[in-house]
Design a binder for this molecule. Structure first.
Ligand code: HEM
Length: 141
């Protein structure tokens, strides 16, 4: 569950990341591949483009926090697509860790424990819907 206060913290801190989105994306993938060098070969496309897609998706999610329901089918489809890229459930933990690390670097002192927990809750929400979409697609197949 995401509290109204957590929503506000995420939305307030995301505004600080948007102007440095390209750098943040670079930091994110750098950290991700440091944690799991194996992931490099899963990414077939240009990493700058990939970074933009990632940031755009987070942006949409952050803006939709007041009413996530309409996003659920989109996220489920993304989760099923990700299973097709070879993404497994445990990989979501690694990506979550790389995301929080990136926010810590990008936000500096603004990355308080509350902010960390709020972003953790938002990521958990996105990841859980994506994973459920992957599981449903697998069952249907
Ligand atoms: C909340 C979590 C995540 C978000 C918001 C996200 C976002 C995206 C987006 C927007 C794309 C572009 C294509 C598409 O929409 O399918 C993408 C592709 C991809 N993502 Fe994710 N992703 C997440 C989790 C993960 C995880 C856990 C992995 C595991 C390593 C991963 C690996 C990939 C790969 C391999 C591609 C395809 C790259 C390619 O075709 O070159 N993603 N992701």
């Amino acid at each position: 569950m995401i509290t109204p206060q957590q929503k506000e913290l995420v939305q307030k801190t995301w505004v600080m990341v948007v102007p440095i989105a390209d750098t943040a994306a670079e930091l994110f993938y750098g950290r991700l591949f440091e944690l799991e060098p194996e992931y490099k070969k899963m990414f077939k496309n240009d990493m700058t483009e990939q970074g933009k897609k990632l940031m755009k998706t987070i942006n949409i999610a952050v803006e939709a926090l007041d009413d996530v329901e309409p996003l659920v089918p989109v996220l489920k489809k993304m989760g099923a697509d990700h299973a097709g890229y070879g993404v497994k459930e445990r990989d979501y933990n690694v990506v979550g860790a790389a995301l929080l690390w990136t926010l810590e670097k990008g936000l500096g002192d603004a990355f308080t424990d509350e902010v960390k927990n709020a972003w953790g809750a938002v990521y958990e929400l996105l990841a859980s819907v994506m994973k459920s979409g992957a599981a449903e697609a697998e069952q249907a197949a």
